[in-house]
Design a protein around this ligand. Structure first.
Ligand SMILES: [Zn+2]
Ligand SMILES: [Zn+2]
Length: 231
């Protein structure tokens, strides 16, 4: 499958499935060529636009004993691009260790059971590849789980008005801003359960409306009422 054509289709946002339909091939075949042409990274079209690297350019640098990284720096290109063109011209640097994990690309196009063909990133020092979208979803799901636990431990409802319908609208308000180590928004919930729990214990659980009223100085926190409600 022709590299410039494939790069152009990908740059225009075509999915692997759409390209496969156009050329009458199986999506896995298209994915194979995307990886073969080093096009999985979103930066790939830029490299393509800058064209190939001629054998005449690479040969003397390889002969001088330069490593892939040194050649990349010399030519102002990425290591992946250099490796690709070295392979294409069947040249190998003296430092080359073809089977090493370090030579595996950081991003590969693979088929995810859930998301179809997506970018997969190298994890565990390049031993495995994981779907980027699955990874994002896993982080979001974990935050939601951490929040559900903290919300239930804090009584499960707004300590001022009793609102409890949607955990997403419940927030943690620090009693004493001076004791605040971090907020319990998205970032705070990405920390360990133990650390998030310590932080939640410095807070009262309130709904978004009551929280805004507290911050605006409209609602006053009656500690005894709050304590009653929290039981
Ligand atoms: Zn996935
Ligand atoms: Zn409320």
């Amino acid at each position: 499958m022709d590299k410039p054509w494939l790069a152009t289709r990908l740059a225009k946002g075509a999915s692997i499935e759409a390209i496969a339909r156009d050329v009458g091939r199986h999506p896995s075949t298209v994915a194979y060529w995307v990886n073969r042409h080093d096009l999985a990274s979103s930066h790939a079209p830029k490299h393509t636009a800058r064209g190939g690297i001629a054998r005449e350019t690479l040969e003397p640098l390889v002969a001088d004993g330069l490593s892939v990284q040194q050649i990349a720096e010399r030519l102002g290109r990425g290591g992946t691009t250099i490796r690709y063109w070295l392979g294409k011209h069947e040249l190998a640097t003296i430092h080359a260790r073809p089977a090493s994990l370090a030579d595996r690309p950081a991003v590969l196009l693979r088929r995810c059971r859930k998301h179809g063909y997506t970018q997969h990133v190298a994890v565990a020092a390049g031993r495995r590849y994981r779907c980027k979208r699955c990874r994002v979803e896993a982080v979001t799901a974990r935050r939601r789980r951490v929040k559900a636990v903290l919300v239930s431990e804090a009584g499960g409802r707004c300590s001022l008005c009793g609102y409890e319908r949607f955990a997403g609208a419940l927030q943690f308000h620090h009693h004493d801003p001076g004791e605040k180590a971090f907020g319990l928004g998205d970032r705070g919930l990405a920390r360990s359960m133990a650390r998030a729990r310590v932080e939640a214990q410095k807070c009262m659980l309130v709904c978004a409306n009551c929280h805004a009223e507290i911050e605006g100085g409209i609602a006053t926190i009656d500690q005894s009422t709050a304590a009653d409600r929290l039981g």
